[in-house]
Design a protein around this ligand. Structure first.
Ligand code: ADP
Length: 452
């Protein structure tokens, strides 16, 4: 359970910070290359060691063989000589001179002289091939490698030929490289420890990196919040000031006793309009805070979309007419979805009011239909449209396109953010198709409600 938890945490970290994958790949590459270098280096060192030892023992025997022939008749001198050579070369375990026993039937190889007298007269087992080879070619020394009980041994043989040219025996050495092997093993152990330390450092680096990324993400978020704050202040001061100035102006006007009834009525209407603007601004801000704090209440019920949209269109038809725009409805019958009716209306109002706001000639079409068993609401206009860059930023909080045709309209840049949040909270999706100067289509999709 704990491991699963850790694993899930790790997957989350990597998903949130894909940069970590690069660090991990880099760490793995360093470990792999270090291991490769260490292993191949120890292999090379082993080979070099073997070659060196073989060359050394070869030359030792090359020098020893003719010399031993000279003192063949003085066994003690020969033995002392062999002992001395063995002392000088600690890798030599046994140093013998062997010869074939006269009994032709057995033809076994027997130790005749040895640095260790106890070995004399012992039979030499399993070296027949090497000894016969050395006997057949007296001008060379021959080496074979064997393994006894997990330890590597090198047997080297060279024929001893007397002055008269007669074959006397074979100088046979048994060497071990266990000390060198051990040293290489120790080096490998050291390399492994170093590798473990490197891996630990890399892991440390890895986690530090993860934390640095966290800080970077936090820093970016803080900057975003800071920009949002600036946007909010500039939006709020502008959007609050315009209706407030209007209210103050008309209120002052109302104080003028000489004002006729028509002018009074107009002033009161303007005050009412500005108050409504302020009201909708405050409502938007409240919605933002409700959504952000997860306090937005959504109570889905089965809603007949045609009825809900007809009401919204009725309201906005007037405003469209004032701008000499047409508002066409193509609302399919019997399309029901499971949504919060107030929030659905709010979505429709936002999209239709934007379409009216950002269209100067032509008209708006509100269409509903089904596609791939989904309900689709399409609000199209022949308005100012937007660039691809603007389209991508459209749903960001406080975003408003920079063009004068947008800035001349009142707006907070919150409507579409709220719209998108509401749609997604009710399980729907929203997308936009638009061409600058031609018009825009806002497309909202919801799952159709089951038949009643
Ligand atoms: P507001 O309308 O208050 O500025 P919105 O969040 O509703 O804020 O819209 C954000 C921005 O998206 C607008 O400022 C405008 O630039 C762009 N926009 C929205 N609807 C349309 C539309 N129908 N046609 C062209 N641009 C639009």
């Amino acid at each position: 359970m704990r491991i699963e938890h850790l694993f899930a945490g790790g997957v989350r970290q990597v998903r949130d910070h894909p940069q970590l994958v690069y660090t991990a790949v880099l760490a793995a590459a360093i470990v792999a290359s270090f291991s490769y270098v260490a292993i191949s280096f120890s292999g090379i060192a082993k080979d070099a060691q073997d070659q060196l030892v073989n060359v050394r023992i070869g030359s030792l025997q090359d020098a020893f063989a003719p010399l031993s022939a000279e003192v063949w008749d003085k066994p003690d001198v020969l033995r002392t000589y062999m002992r001395h050579l063995q002392e000088l070369n600690p890798t030599i375990v046994d140093f013998d001179i062997v010869a074939q026993s006269p009994a032709a039937a057995t033809a076994q190889w027997v130790v005749i002289f040895s640095s260790d007298p106890k070995r004399e007269e012992q039979i030499v087992f399993r070296q027949d091939l090497l000894l016969n080879l050395a006997k057949s070619d007296p001008s060379h020394s021959f080496t074979i490698e064997t393994s006894e009980g997990g330890v590597r041994y090198f047997y080297t043989a060279r024929a001893v030929i007397g002055r008269d040219g007669a074959f006397r025996g074979i100088a046979l050495t048994k060497q071990t490289l266990s000390a060198a092997d051990q040293e290489i093993g120790t080096s490998l152990d050291h390399a492994t420890i170093t590798l473990v330390i490197i891996v630990l450092f890399l892991m440390l680096l890895f986690f530090r990196h993860a934390r640095i990324i966290d800080y970077a993400v936090l820093y970016r978020k803080l900057r975003e919040v800071d920009t949002l704050k600036d946007d909010f202040i500039s939006m709020a001061s502008h959007e609050l000031r315009a209706p407030l100035t209007a209210i103050r102006g008309y209120a002052e006007m109302l104080g003028d006793q000489s004002l006729d009834t028509a002018a009074r009525t107009q002033a009161i209407q303007r005050i009412d309009l500005s108050a409504k603007e302020l009201d909708s601004l405050v409502a938007d801000m409240l919605d933002v805070s409700r959504i952000e704090q997860g306090r937005m209440k959504i109570e889905p019920v089965r809603l007949d979309t045609k009825q809900a949209l007809t009401e919204v269109c009725d309201t906005w038809e007037m405003r469209a007419k004032q701008k000499e725009l047409t508002l066409t409805r193509e609302l399919q019958e019997n399309l029901a979805i499971m949504v919060d009716p107030d929030r659905f209306r709010q979505i429709a109002i936002n999209l239709i009011s934007n379409a009216v706001k950002y269209t100067n000639k032509g008209g708006i079409t509100v269409r509903t239909y089904t596609e791939n068993h989904e309900f689709v609401l399409r609000v199209s206009d022949t308005g100012i449209g937007m660039t691809e860059d603007e389209r991508q930023k459209l749903f960001a909080k406080f975003y408003r396109a920079a063009g004068a045709d947008v800035r001349k309209e009142q707006g907070t840049g919150l409507g579409l953010w709220i719209t998108k949040e509401l749609i997604e909270k009710m399980g729907g999706r929203v997308s936009v198709e638009s061409i600058k100067g031609v018009g825009s289509h806002f497309i909202v999709r919801f799952t159709l409600a089951e038949a009643a």
